[in-house]
Ligand binder design. Structure first.
Ligand code: CTP
Length: 401
């Protein structure tokens, strides 16, 4: 959930600032880009060097850096952030944020941030209980900021009670769960196929195609990023998923791909079949390597494979969304519409080999989406990651219809 996210971590003056080191480590481990912004007081509790080493970014404290003459632009930082986490937040900074004061970089970044803001208070028992603190917390929550509540236990003062900052592991768990629950495809299961299939001729040869699997992997990553629980059935490929949550099922032949899809289809809410499945497979597979013959022609007899997408279309329920691809060289739209109808799809993604930069083994694609109402949307040439976003946006639009 935190992978690739830009996180501004605000650290305030509190003994709990020592936990920020672990927090930075966990954020970085989760794949986030972390920019620490400290108050001047926070550096009395933990050194900027520790946090800059762990975050791999210089720690920012001041608006203006006299040594370099540079200006730390709070507006840019606020816009850069996908998420702002202030942990620990002291009673003092809580009060400043509630009142809109901006006497340091952290408070100014907060006011400039357009992203979700989380705050994890840390203070002594009586400060936490004080009506003024309660009012400030309510004010921040009223602004839409999200509190990661403090726990109870031994406090630095020696007192026992509420006010301990949540543990770094709990904070990461909280953030992950909170981000996930707001994603548009949370609680949905998706099945994606990718790559080519290899149809064996003999123990060392096969019939295959040039599909790299890039498009299918990009779709699987995007679906997972949007919160779906993704199973990716892939033919032989060198691709790797970016999202660790994806369940990858490796197959070789069209028959293996069919049986894997049958296994995961019943539970799937969304199915996107981007694999370049072989339409024909050798009737028999030689058990020994086929030796050269005297004649100049070698004929390999083939039989049709099962059209996986058609099989899924025939068994589709009303709640499932089924998406197919059409790779065409001529009569593109007409052929794609025929596939859309015959395979009972919700929409089809057409790519034409006559478009430069589209098709197999390239990093870009140019698609047209045609839906059941035969409404077609033509997209520009884009990276396969951005094409995946367009396809997933169409899926989301269908689900909320
Ligand atoms: N497909 C499939 N199983 C097959 C063949 C194709 O699931 N045995 C799926 C592909 O994953 C794609 C869609 O069907 O989503 C269209 O594939 P394509 O190769 O363009 O079309 P075909 O239906 O195979 O027709 P043709 O090759 O004649 O154009």
């Amino acid at each position: 959930m935190l992978e690739g996210k830009n996180v501004v971590l605000g650290v305030c003056g509190s003994i709990a600032a020592y936990k920020s080191a672990l927090l930075v480590r966990l954020l970085v481990k989760a794949g986030a880009n972390v920019q620490v912004v400290m108050t001047a007081d926070a550096s009395n509790f933990i050194t900027p060097l520790t946090l800059s080493t762990l975050s791999k970014n210089p720690v920012l404290t001041e608006y203006f850096v006299p040594e370099t003459g540079e200006w730390n632009n709070h507006v840019e930082l606020g816009l850069w952030a996908d998420l702002m986490l202030i942990a620990p937040i002291s009673a003092n900074t809580l009060a400043k944020l509630a009142g809109g004061l901006t006497d340091n970089l952290l408070t100014a970044v907060y006011l400039s941030a357009k992203c979700p803001v989380y705050f994890a208070p840390a203070m002594d028992l009586d400060m936490w209980k004080h009506p003024s603190t309660k009012t400030n917390v309510q004010a921040l929550q009223g602004f839409g900021n999200i509190m990661i509540a403090p726990g109870s236990g031994e406090l630095a003062s020696g007192l026992h009670g509420e006010g301990r900052m949540a543990e770094p592991e709990e904070i990461i768990e909280f953030l992950t769960a909170d981000i996930k629950k707001k994603l548009p495809l949370v609680n949905t299961k998706a099945l994606v196929t990718a790559g080519p299939t290899h149809e064996a001729i003999d123990p060392v040869r096969f019939i295959g195609n040039n599909s790299s699997g890039k498009m299918g992997f990009a779709i699987a990553d995007e679906l997972a990023r949007l919160g779906a629980d993704v199973t990716l059935v892939t033919g032989p490929t060198a691709q790797h998923s970016q999202q660790h949550s994806i369940k990858r099922v490796d197959v070789t032949s069209a028959a293996e791909m069919l049986s894997a899809c049958q296994q995961y289809y019943t539970d799937a809410d969304i199915c996107i079949m981007s694999a370049a499945v072989a339409d024909y497979t050798p009737t028999t597979v030689a058990t020994q390597k086929i030796k050269k013959q005297d004649g100049s022609v070698l004929t390999i007899e083939t039989k049709k494979t099962t059209d996986i997408l058609k099989y899924l279309g025939d068994h589709k329920t009303d709640t499932q969304i089924l998406v197919g691809f059409a790779l065409e060289t001529n009569n593109e739209e007409q052929n794609a519409i025929a596939k859309l109808k015959s395979k009972n799809l919700d929409f089809i993604v057409l790519n034409s080999l006559s478009d430069a930069g589209a098709g197999f083994a390239v990093d870009t694609n140019k698609i047209t989406i045609i839906d059941r109402a035969l409404h077609s949307t033509i997209f520009e040439l884009k990276s396969k990651e951005d094409v995946a976003k367009d396809i997933c946006n169409k899926v989301i639009a269908l689900r909320i219809k």
